[in-house]
Design a protein around this ligand. Structure first.
Ligand SMILES: [Zn+2]
Length: 154
């Protein structure tokens, strides 16, 4: 392959071609359909799909991991002497940070993988009085490198 998927996607972006992974796992392409890159993108469709699917899987792991970590964090505040809980928190926090690094180092990812680290981590559908946390609470343990740099949330 002449170009890596990452380079290909960057070139497409520069050319104004918007590539996305549709919900049915097919490739979405918006922009100039006559651009010479379009045929190259089509030839590399499988590689691009795997690439985007992997990124989506990592994003989902980080979104779910954030909910899990906030739960453990809440638990830890109530049970500060629980060493097993403390180890679990450290372990999973490290994993979460590793996923964040991998996204950026391997996939050239930009932005916040969880849709804004200052937002309530619980999806609307699982929110309830038990799960809901104060606005400032979850900011403490968990911030992705994008949000930590203060470049805003996307
Ligand atoms: Zn973030």
């Amino acid at each position: 392959m002449a170009r890596s998927v990452e380079t290909l996607l960057k070139d497409a972006s520069k050319a104004g071609i918007e590539i996305s992974l549709r919900d049915d796992n097919t490739l979405g392409m918006k922009g100039d359909g006559k651009h010479p890159l379009v045929s190259v993108l089509r030839e590399n469709r499988t590689g691009i799909l795997v690439w985007l699917d992997t990124i989506r899987a990592i994003e989902n792991r980080m979104i779910n991991g954030r909910v899990f970590l906030v739960d453990v964090w809440k638990n830890l505040i109530e049970n500060p002497d629980d060493e097993e809980l403390s180890r679990s928190f450290s372990h999973h926090l490290h994993l979460w940070a590793t996923l964040d690094d991998d996204l950026r180092d391997i996939y050239g990812y930009e932005g916040c993988p969880v849709g804004g680290c200052d937002r309530d981590p619980y999806p609307e559908k699982v929110r309830d009085p038990v799960h809901h946390v104060d606005k400032d609470f979850y900011k403490q343990p968990l911030v992705c490198s994008h949000c930590a740099e203060g470049s805003g949330n996307e």
